[in-house]
Design a protein around this ligand. Structure first.
Ligand code: KG4
Ligand code: ZN
Length: 374
């Protein structure tokens, strides 16, 4: 990483405001966005274009990495052009380019990162290789004026983590999943219930007609003092029960039980994190980001937990909760503001823990298939 302090555009030289193009291609969304960051930390989204590949993957019941990478190659040009046009800025008005460099499906990450490098090289702009999780971590700052520090629960299809967010490049992981992410559990159980992909929203709709009280699903990690998560036992138990469901009511009842169990675990682990966080910080803000934050039961349960602990509760607008490039552009702009620039040979990383120290210290999350991504 190189530390620089000279910004390129006339606007930034005059006002200190930074305008950054962000690119996101780590999973099944091709996204580009232009974000402006004022010297006092206020973010303005000038454009945010997201092309979802859901239709390309639906037939397979999940994201197919090869199809995703090819689709990113086809879409990245047009999506970026649209983001620039909608923002109404030219390339000479940009101060930098930010691209997700991991963690994620590496074929896709390479597409966005290479594209970002090409723009940086062609326009002589600084490149910021951004950790996708860092993007989610700052996403609350896109919808409202949110000051650091805050406690974040990031809960999506690929991630389930509790993070103490003190600023860009300054975050501590308090807990992570030891197996599946919560969204992954929603999706896989939904698949066992024949609800299609992505299953989370469909499972939530079905659960509205059910009453899960009659199902006794496993409660993982009860009584453990850390803030980690585990959803694989629940996933296996619920998938088995799905095979025994005979009526539509059985299925709705199971969906309700699953949703309640996931919400309960998220809330129990967040409760621990809030208590630990409150010992270190005076401010009390709890932010929930990621696609699973769309779930009404999850949200309501977490909101109640936050209130019990004296925390204010914030979930960014859905457009910034799920994968998008505005969060990558903002993380990039905050990095640029601090002079944290990446080299043009920055590598695409399938696994990249946001808090490398916690990932190395914690023996349950060794580098490897599970640990580094989680
Ligand atoms: O953040 P996101 O768009 O993508 C990443 O995984 O990064 O999150 C997608 C995940 C999927 O697992 C999806 O099933 C889940 O969020 N999700 C939901 C709901 N809406 C999206 N899960 C439960 N209830 C929902 N309403
Ligand atoms: Zn994500």
């Amino acid at each position: 990483m190189t530390i620089v302090a000279n910004y390129s555009s006339a606007e930034s030289r005059a006002t200190g405001t930074l305008t950054v193009l962000g690119l996101e291609t780590s999973c099944d969304e091709t996204a580009a966005s232009v974000v402006r960051l004022s010297p006092d930390g206020e973010a303005t989204v000038l454009s945010s274009v997201v092309h979802s590949q859901i239709d390309d993957h639906a037939a397979y019941g999940g994201v197919v990495p090869e199809i995703a990478a090819r689709s990113h190659v086809e879409m990245i040009d047009g999506v970026t052009r649209r983001a620039m046009v909608e923002a109404g800025v030219g390339y000479d008005e940009l101060d930098g380019v930010a691209a997700t460099a991991g963690p994620g499906l590496v074929g896709g990450v390479m597409v966005g990162l290479s594209f970002g490098k090409a723009v940086a090289l062609a326009r002589d702009l600084p490149l910021m290789a951004v950790n996708h999780l860092e993007g989610h971590a700052v996403s609350a700052r896109l919808g409202a004026r949110v000051a650091y520090p805050f406690l974040l629960l990031l809960v999506s299809g690929g991630h389930c983590q509790l993070l103490e967010v003190r600023g860009i490049g300054d975050m501590t992981r308090l807990g992570t999943t030891m197996d599946d992410a919560a969204g992954e559990a929603f999706d896989k159980i939904a698949k066992a219930l024949d609800l299609g992909y992505p299953g989370g929203p469909a499972l939530e709709r079905l659960a509205k007609q059910g009453n899960g009280a009659r199902f006794d699903l496993p409660r993982a990690l009860l009584g453990r003092k850390d803030c980690d998560f585990s959803f694989s036992g629940l996933k296996t138990a619920a998938s088995r029960l799905a095979q025994t469901c005979e009526t539509a009511q059985d299925r709705a009842d199971l969906a309700d039980a699953v949703q309640t169990a996931i919400a309960r675990q998220l809330s129990e682990r967040s409760d621990r994190a809030m208590k630990a966080y409150a010992e270190r910080h005076k401010g009390r803000l709890f932010v929930v980001a990621g696609g699973v934050a769309a779930n009404g039961t999850v949200r309501a349960t977490l909101e109640a937990t936050a209130a019990n602990n004296g925390f204010a509760f914030l979930a960014p607008p859905m457009a910034y909760c799920t994968d998008n490039a505005a969060m990558i552009a903002l993380a990039g702009a905050e990095r640029l503001q601090k002079g944290l620039i990446s080299d043009l040979d920055a590598a695409a990383r399938p696994r990249w823990p946001l808090d490398e120290k916690s990932a190395l210290d914690d023996p349950t999350h060794k580098a490897g298939r599970k640990g580094a991504k989680a």
